[in-house]
Design a protein around this ligand. Sequence first.
Ligand code: NAD
Length: 499
Amino acid sequence: METLGHWINGKRVEGTSGRFADVYNPATGEVQARVALASKDELDAAVDAAAAAQPKWAATNPQRRGRVMMEFVRLLNRDMDRLAEALSREHGKTLPDARGDVTRGMEVIEYCIGAPELLKGEFTDGAGPGIDMYSMRQPLGVVAGITPFNFPAMIPLWQMGPALASGNAMILKPSERDPSVPLMLAELAQEAGLPDGILQVVNGDKEAVDAILDNETIQAVGFVGSTPIAHYIYSRAAANGKRAQCFGGAKNHMIIMPDADMDQAADALVGAGFGAAGERCMAISVAVPVGDETADRLIEKLVPRIEKLRVAPYTDGEDVDYGPVVTKAAKERILSLIESGVQQGAKLVVDNRDFKLQGYENGFFVGPHLFDHVTPEMDIYKEEIFGPVLSTVRTGSYEEALKLTMDNEYGNGTAIFTRDGDTARDFASRVNVGMVGINVPIPVPLAYHTFGGWKKSAFGDLNQHGPDGFRFYTRTKTVTERWPSGLKEGGEFHFKAMD
Ligand code: NAD
């Protein structure tokens, strides 16, 4: 069986802690590899090597760093199928979805080719007599990224792009559930010209994460994962004086107005609710029809679409709708939440609790489920299920639907389906959620905008990628310079306003 180690100083190395985690093939339920879990000492050594390599990389001009990004994009395209296959094998998502995972990450690397433009500072000519003032953006030094299982290519790439293009060295601690792709990304970055030591992939669990949080050299931590861990990492990183941006879980609502095109809304809901088995932080997990008549029409359209979904392993062809969930524990948790929904009085309109896939009885497959008449007190409403389960909460008015969305503790994404521009504008303006779709169910911003939720979906004050990515991974230094001409003045002892 394959043992996956770490990527340190430009090569794969074995772990030395003696601790390992199993890596599953979620479609078969078999352990296909094991991954080393780093100790604090291994993490600290990786950081020391990164710190030694970083000044030279920071001194490389940004255009050259941008060219490494350009070559990286070419290599990601070259190896797209290989990356997607490795990703699907460990994560379980379909091959087209795995290619999407790599592509949406690669688009951020593409954006980072423009590092020279994005890192340009500000300059004021003649801020005072003979005085100029300029601000420059400088890298932080060594930064760290801690990433979740559900986008093993996209999220590491979202962090690597701006972190590396800005001149930092980076420690990447990927999810221990699907570590192969992050290691492959590091190999490709090296092939693209990234110097050794600038990207260190350290696999591990809480021990490695805590070592990151307590390491004095690491200046900033980017985290993506569940809300309790996001909050923990934000608090401990901040207590240790680090910059932190920590993105957490979600419960994304989609409001369906009576005037919406119901076929379009149903198609959108099925894709956004069940794609990737619901294991997306931008998945729609709550449908909020306005009015009973709208709800009835929506359910009528949803049921046949959901019953037709093809749930199968990625190896079964490009027309598979979604694959297994990531672990047996995830499957059991989802099934027990479904049970709680039934117990607590929601109506299970599409019931696949006994779903089995012939030949894959040990795989972590969960059939699609649709609930109607869900209320906000139920566990299936309160918990992020992160599985193929769509809950319908009926509301009596637009204001009630908006309030439901706003009262939810999460604020990652939301959508409204309507033909009325006035309602759509009002929703976009008032809703307290970071990413809003209007007749678009999964409004993930493109690389040159920024990605981030509100409320308990994000801790920290800057978003991922786009201009915010470069702000997060750099700090500003402002220089006031004078090249006096003529008479020299004596010392000045008061805080001076510019003449
Ligand atoms: P997770 O929180 O379990 O793990 C994320 C990372 O934290 C992993 O690298 C893991 O090793 C580490 N970790 C786990 N437990 C830890 C602990 N006790 N102490 C320190 N580190 C720990 O999340 P996951 O299950 O891998 O990913 C799914 C979650 O991520 C969902 O909640 C999803 O909504 C969220 N997510 C959010 C976004 C976003 O942008 N907001 C994007 C993708 C996923």
